[in-house]
Design a protein. Structure first.
Lengths: 135, 114
């Protein structure tokens, strides 16, 4: 499943719905669906707000797939890039009362794998992975 | 459904019943405006009833923190009531659960405001 989405908050909701729908059909339980939905939401917000900065001329590429037990979502913006490697620790005492900076932490907490890469000539692509567990 | 906020007074405690989604955009800004309005009216004891909150994201968490800081800095108290499992889990993994004074019982929460 692939989509080219506008840089809007409506696209955030849409991507979340698409990812959760696919994950549900793949057999993930409700608890995992909540985690996947929130992780996709946070990634889309980063792409729309921090990456593309709501620029209507820029798109967000969204792709989701299920391959065996591996559920993968890729989200790419056309922004100026973001340094995912050097983020403040939101759990540090001095950061606990910060009003932002928890999105990536939540994504990492809820997914089994998360990584980001810079795109050429510009933009950032994040990959989120969740493994289905046989029950 | 976005967020729906309604306020009521129980003694000298202002209770804000929050329902729906506290997410980036309308949901989080509505909560921010409500709390700022209460602080501007010198309301010092605020209880946020989150029992009907179906969804909260990092932006919503940020608004809870912002509200807590705003109310505390004005000399007031902001407490939380009726967290569902989803909200409670989020506050626990972000280590905010111990920052907030959290209650499961409204009468007890009202009494806890000294």
């Amino acid at each position: 499943m692939e989509r080219s989405l506008d840089s809007s908050l409506e696209s955030v909701d849409h991507a979340e719905d698409l990812a959760v729908g696919l994950a549900r059909r793949a057999g993930f339980d409700e608890e995992d669906l909540i985690k996947i939905g929130l992780a996709v939401r946070e990634s889309m917000v980063n792409a729309v707000v921090h990456g593309n900065r709501y620029n209507t001329n820029k798109k967000v590429r969204f792709a989701a797939s299920m391959n065996g037990s591996r559920f993968t979502v890729r989200i790419a913006d056309e922004g100026e890039g973001f340094d995912y490697a050097h983020l403040p620790d939101p759990l540090a005492p001095e950061n606990l009362l910060r009003t932002s900076g928890r999105g990536i932490f939540l994504i990492r907490s809820f997914m089994d794998d998360f990584h980001a890469r810079r795109l050429e000539p510009g933009g950032t692509e994040v990959t989120l992975v969740k493994f289905a567990v046989s029950k | 459904m976005s967020v729906k906020l309604s306020t009521r007074q129980v003694g000298d405690v202002s209770v804000v019943d929050v329902a729906g989604r506290i997410t980036l955009g309308e949901g989080s800004s509505a909560l921010r405006e409500t709390l700022r309005d209460m602080v501007s009216k010198n309301q010092k004891k605020i209880l946020l009833n989150l029992g009907d909150v179906s969804y909260i994201d990092s932006s919503g968490i940020g608004e809870l923190v912002s509200g807590f800081t705003t109310v505390t800095n004005s000399g007031g108290q902001l407490k939380l009531l009726n967290l569902n499992k989803r909200v409670k889990d989020l506050l626990q993994i972000t280590k905010l659960y111990t920052v907030f004074d959290v209650h499961d019982d409204e009468a007890g929460a009202i009494r806890s405001f000294a």
